[in-house]
Design a protein around this ligand. Structure first.
Ligand code: NDP
Length: 323
């Protein structure tokens, strides 16, 4: 039976990349048929129609149906995999709290639609920023869906970290494993190399700590801004690629002897406040994830993990009335 994949903001930069890659089978493989539901706001429906026409013109063997809509209740009907990409960008003079409120409206409506219409086994990945708090809002508005279904994307940060480390260590990123990004998808995130392995061997003690603290961590935290400066536009293809990595690992499992970074509802592990959508190292198996436990946390890491936790708690306070 075909799986239903929903992409919101599907006419946007990331959505445009994501739709074609998923349609071509890069999420579930060449043998799995999909229905593609694309959601946009009403003014973007014409552009979305164009995207759907291009998708049709690809004649992808893996696509059974394409539906476009501006109604979340239609777009999330029977959804198995939801990519919540569309979000309101920060406008000129807009405060962060206004951004949170504006997006809260979007993600509460989508949470309600998921609750009413989606598969009870839906897996949700929120990409639209502020992604972690948007995921919290969607989750809170979908009381009939298991909370573990709501996640936010940290995989681009994880992949960016691997790329930087591979360049520094003169190896291929696929030879590195056990990287962790903790916390919020923002500049407070903590890229943690303490468990990093190269070809299965621990390598963290060989890393120059001055480089890690003064170059690597700020570089990963600010890579989005670096790309905007170079490209004149925010990252899109890499974000879409990371979204596919996140969902594919969740569905099909993380690599043996490795883990992924996913923002998920905290269960209190590592002392992080329960309920906020915080990024942890996770192992995925049989369509579920579990937090990697008992990692040693040094004082520097603890402090970094608490800074990003505090930011998420502040974001939660700003939208508490909508939960
Ligand atoms: P993009 O496709 O470039 O980005 C979409 C969202 O992803 C933004 O919130 C963006 O955050 C976020 N994002 C998360 N991680 C990253 C990353 N690493 N790099 C870049 N972006 C990241 O935005 P567009 O403006 O091109 O497209 C958005 C689309 O969403 C528009 O077509 C709009 O009409 C639509 N939309 C749809 C809604 C709906 O379906 N109900 C609701 C609101 C909008 P940031 O802003 O911080 O870059």
């Amino acid at each position: 039976m075909s799986k239903t994949v929903t992409i919101t903001g599907a006419a946007g930069q990331i959505g445009y990349q994501l739709a074609f890659r998923i349609a071509s089978g890069q999420l579930l493989g060449a043998n799995e048929k999909i229905n593609l539901n694309l959601l946009e706001i009403t003014p973007a429906l014409d552009a979305l129609k164009g995207v759907a026409m291009e998708l049709e013109d690809c004649a992808f063997e893996t696509v059974s149906n394409i539906h476009i809509s501006d109604d979340p209740n239609k777009a999330f009907k029977n959804t198995d995999y939801g990519f919540l990409v569309g979000a309101k960008p920060r406008g000129p003079g807009m405060e962060r709290s206004d951004l949170l409120q504006e997006n809260a409206k979007i993600f509460s409506a989508q949470g309600k639609a998921i609750n009413e219409t989606s598969s009870r086994d839906i897996k949700v990945l929120v990409v639209g920023n502020p992604a972690n708090t948007n995921a919290l809002i969607a989750m809170s508005n979908a009381p009939d869906i298991d909370k573990s279904a709501f996640t936010a994307m940290m995989r681009l940060d994880h992949n960016r970290a691997l790329a930087q480390l591979a360049s520094k260590l003169d190896c291929h990123s696929s030879e590195l494993s056990n990287m962790t990004i903790w916390g919020n998808h923002s500049t407070t995130q903590y890229p943690d190399v303490n468990n990093l392995k190269l070809l299965g061997e621990s390598i963290s003690s060989r890393l120059d700590q001055t480089w890690i603290k003064d170059d690597f961590i700020p570089r990963v935290q600010n890579r989005g801004a670096e790309i905007i400066k170079a490209r004149g536009l925010s990252s899109a293809a890499s974000a879409a690629s990371a979204a596919i990595d996140h969902m594919r690992d969740w569905v099909l499992g993380t690599k043996v002897d490795d883990w992924a970074s996913m923002a998920i509802p905290s269960d209190g592990s590592y002392g992080i406040t329960e309920g906020i959508i915080y990024s942890f190292p996770v192992i995925c198996q049989n369509g579920t994830y579990s937090i990697v436990q008992n990692l040693e946390i040094d004082p520097f890491s603890k402090e970094c993990m608490q800074i990003t936790e505090k930011e998420l708690l502040d974001e939660k306070t700003a939208i508490e009335h909508l939960l």
